[in-house]
Design a protein around this ligand. Sequence first.
Ligand code: 5GP
Ligand code: MN
Length: 334
Amino acid sequence: MKIQDIQVLAVLLATPKKIAILPHRGPDGDAMGSTLALYHFLLKNNHEPTVIAPNDFPDFLAWLPGSETVKIFEKDKENCTKILEEAALIFTLDFNALHRVGEMELVLNQLTAPFVMVDHHQKPDDYALITYSDTAFGSTCEMIYNLILFLDGKKDIDKTIATCIYTGILTDSGSFRFPKTTGNTHRIVAELIDLGVENTVIPTLLFDNNSYSRLQLLGRALQNMQLFPEYKTAYLTLTQAELDHFNFVKGDTEGIVNYGLSIKGIHFSAIFIENQAEKIIKISFRSQGTFDVNEFARNHFDGGGHINAAGGKSELSMEETVAKFENLVPKLKL
Ligand code: 5GP
Ligand code: MN
């Protein structure tokens, strides 16, 4: 983060303010962990922060401290719009373009308060007064830890803030497996554990809360998997009918795409999930090694993300979307 930006931010935070903190739509562990960590830090510093999520967050994050205070824009547009209009400062965390908040973008476009972006995705848009964007980081939570240190706030990091930060680092690093997990990541995590983070309990809260029907849905997705060993590629599908059959609830499809990568020799995995309400096929891409799924998602499926984890969408039918993907696969350099 640039020295001038730290100074500008320190001045903005020198007097108590109403502050809105926004994660992206479909908030994940890093989006919720980072927004709530910042929420608790600002609260400790006499501000009046509110986390406004564009839509609901998954149940496996509902234990995060402060999650009960999070406002959901799509459930309560009037009140959330009022909070946004009254905010003197807006933090946008874990995303790089305002369209990632869905409908809430229309409100954000009308605001005059300055924005601060903290994010680790490629190609950040230019909407913020302060942009702390760096793809070298594995998580926005790790950046929020740094941001708090830049603001001389290390003394404020307590078990609550540490728990939020730990959660985002853990989830966005694939439990410390992904390439951007550095010695520094582990040093930060060590400090968070020393502050009381329950590092042997949190993974259970996050990952061992499957319902029976979720595992059945996973089973169906695995049965649907198609393999292209010569291209080191696998993909999975779930239709709306299959989601309905297994009583799909939000979060149930999280992580299923990774099973493709768990096959020996497979370096590129995709999952296609039909969403009848939004009339799209939502897609997740994952890779191992140098194949850039962010670029692939941007070029072919109206999406983006990171080198090894990205997403996109298609307005074609499931059959057409999968056919398009199958046609692209032989041309990839994997
Ligand atoms: P996931 O597959 O878990 O939904 O997302 C993986 C990564 O890609 C995340 O960093 C997420 O923010 C990003 N991503 C997912 N869907 C989209 C999309 O439609 N557009 C863009 N630009 N990024 C996406
Ligand atoms: Mn993230």
